[in-house]
Write a protein that binds this ligand. Sequence first.
Ligand code: EPZ
Length: 420
Amino acid sequence: MAKLINEGRTRIQGEISIGGAKNSILPILACTLLTNKTVRIKNCPKISDVNNMLNILKTLGGSYYFEGDSLYVDTAKAETYVMPPDLSRELRSSIFMLGSILARFGQACCVYPGGCEIGNRPIGLHLSGLKMLNVSVIEEEGSIICNGENMEGTAIHLDYPSVGATENLMMAASGAKGKTIITNAAREPEIEDLQAFMRKLGFNVTGAGTSTIEIDGKLDIEVPDVVDHKIISDRIVAGSMLCAAAICGGNLNVKSIEPLHISSTLSKLREAGCNLDIGKSNVHISATDRLKEIRMIETLPHPGFPTDMQALLFALCTVADGTSIIVENVFENRFKHAPEFTKMGAVITQRDRTAIIRGVKHLRGAHVTAQDLRGGAALVIAGLAAWGYTTVDNVEFIDRGYERIEDMLNSVGANITRIN
Ligand code: EPZ
C-alpha cells in the first residue's frame, strides 16, 4: 500500500485547474451502454474508479481508448449482461450499471456493490424502483438477478433523494415503454450532467437538478455517429483544494470550476474568515493565519452542505479558533478520520453522527491511515499545516477520486513524497 509523506508547515499559493468529476463520469460511463454510437468524452479524470468502470465495460464486450485528452468508448459489441463480481465489489458505482444493462439487454445480473465503507450502503431504493418499472428482481447468495424485458414507465417516488438510485432509475427508465416520472429525485449537479448526456444519446429526459425528473423511453432525435460530451468539473476536488489553501493561510486561484456548485462550501470558508474572489469559472481564496470558528456544519442532500466535503471541513475545524459542531446526516459511519486527526493533536468528542471539535493552534505531524477516499484527502490537507512530518498510509483510497493529489498540491507549494 502506498503512502504520502508531507513535510508540513506549508504555504499553499499559486494557481490550480480542476479536472472532471468522478461522480459524473462514473454514471455516464454506465450510460454508454444505451447507445451503439461511439462516445467521445472530454475532461475525464485519470482516477482508479474510472479504470475499474472501464474494465467492467470491457468485460461486458465494450471497448475504449484514450487519444490526447479524449476518452473514446464504444459499446456496440457489448453482448453480456452479467457484471464481473470481482470488479463490481471494487466500486459503488457498479450498481448503477444495473439500469443501463437492463435498458440495453432486458436482463442484468450483478453482485452487491463495493465502495468506501462509510455506512451500510443499502440498495433498497434502487431495487424497489426497478420493481416499479416491472423488473423482476431475485436476490440469492449475494447476487441480484433482474429480468426487465417488459419494463413499463411509471411514477416512482424515492423515500430518500438517493444520487445512485436516481441515476440508476433514469437509465433503466430509458428502456421502458412510456414515460417515467421520478419524484424526490436527487438534485446533485452530476444528475444534470447525466441528463445532458442522455439527451445527446436521443432520450427525452427533463427536470434534472430539480426533485422531479421525467424520462421518455423512446428516442426522439437523430444521433450523430460520434456523441461528444465534456464532463463537468469536480466540485469536491475544487472544494478540497480551497480547503488546502485555507488550512495553511494560503493564497490560491482554483480554475476550471463551477462556483455555483460549491456555494455551500464557499459559505463555510467565508465564515472561517477566508477572503474569496468568485469569478465565472474560478475562485481565488486568500486565508488568514488562523481560521475563525465554524459553528455548525450539517451534511444534507444537494444543495445542502455535501457529505463528501465533510472530512475536508473537519480538518479546517481542528485548527480553527473556537469550537465547531459537525453533524453527518447522510452516512452513518463517516467520521473514521476523527481518530486519525486525534493522533495529530486534534481535540474531538464524537457521539454517533455528531462531532464536537475544539480547535487547537496547530496540529503536529503524525503517522496516520486513510480509512476512505475523502477522509484520506482530509488527512493529507491537514498534514500541510501540521508542525512536523505527516505520513498518510492507504493512499489507494485517495487515488480513487484524486489524480495524484501530491502532484496537485506540490504544484502550489507543498512538499509531499509518494512512497510505493
Ligand atoms: C453517491 O453515492 C456518491 N458516489 C457519493 O460519493 C456521495 O457521498 C453520495 O452520492 C451522496 O452525495 C457516486 O456518485 C459514485 P446515496 P450513493 O444513494 O449514490 C441511503 C465520494 O466520496 N440509501 O445518495 O451511494 C444511503 O445509505 C462518494 O465521492 C438507502 O438507504 O449515495 C445513504 O445514507 C462517497 N438506500 C444515503 O441514502 C438506497 O437504496 C445517500 O446515499 C440508496 C441509498
